[in-house]
Design a protein around this ligand. Sequence first.
Ligand SMILES: [Mn+2]
Length: 388
Amino acid sequence: MKKISNKSLLFIAIILVGVALCIFMLSFSINALLITAGGLAVLLLFVYLLFRLSDTDCVADYKLIRFTKKLKKLLGEASTVYIMGHKFSDLDSLGASYGLYYALRNKYNVKLVANKQTTLARPLVDFLRFSDKDCNIYDYSEIADTVDEKSLVIVVDTHRQMIMDFPELYDKAGNIVIIDHHRKSDDFRDRTAACYMKSSASSACEIVTVMCELLKIRKLGIVPATALLSGIMLDTKNFVMNTNANTFRAASFLRKNRADPVLIKKMFSESVDVCKRKYDIVSDVKLYESFAIAKTDTNDQYTRIATAQAADELLGINGVVAAFVMCPSDDKINISARSFGDVDVQKIMAKLGGGGHKTVSACQIKCGGFEKAESLLKKAIKEYIDER
Ligand SMILES: [Mn+2]
């Protein structure tokens, strides 16, 4: 996929006309000077075109170019534009919301909407509050009265109304636009005015970064560049999962715009309690074939984050192809599963009534405790291996 804008197409057309003219002139053997001049002009145009095509970090597909055009039209017609992400907004959801807000705010009446109470991207919220005094993050209650038929809401990082930060806003706004990188869910009923979904994109932030270029935002500041890069780094687990050349091009564009990886590393830092819990789980690990299985007895506010991180950490063990972490929840046992993609953990979790994706999945087992859960898990793994 090459970035080919309308302008580039025009240049290609000019070159073709130039070449055609040269052949035409040659065939009539007219003035040699004219031929040389024509040839030179074509060459110059070609060099210019090459320069233009190579002078870009981000590559957009035609769908995104068309989508961005449509979006511009909708933006022009809207009285107010609201940008929102998903519930328990993370760095990708909030980073993409903010990046888009930044790209649009000079031209349109844009408002960033997110639930600041339940966000999981607290460090980014604090960073924005500290470094961008113009940026306000609104709660739905603060804007509810201003939403009407002429309002446009742009939803990023999800397309399912159920898990949007404020589903009410989705219902109330006149027009809806969705930008997402998750696979389309079966129950999705498209009532959007424009929709861009690309499951091969690493993150919503990657898509928004390319859009910034399409919106002719050649220079992002350190704040939006860092916010966008943080989302890419979160969703790719520091450029390991779901990346392709476009991911790195987007990252390169952001780094050129002074995105700060050290700041992002600090955003990822965890409390000492979460860290201790995480390494407690990791040190409990047992290997079953090349599958890592670990557990924790506790279930408090740190467990949810610690189990997910511990499962990621377990993938770092030599030879491990998938990792499972069990933790209690009331009378059930929760299992979080992770893999690099060679093993489809979703298939294993599905055997136990769970779901998710190939690399990230989970299930909940109602049974008498760890021992039973572990034997059920091992049985599911065994079945999976036999089926392969
Ligand atoms: Mn995401």
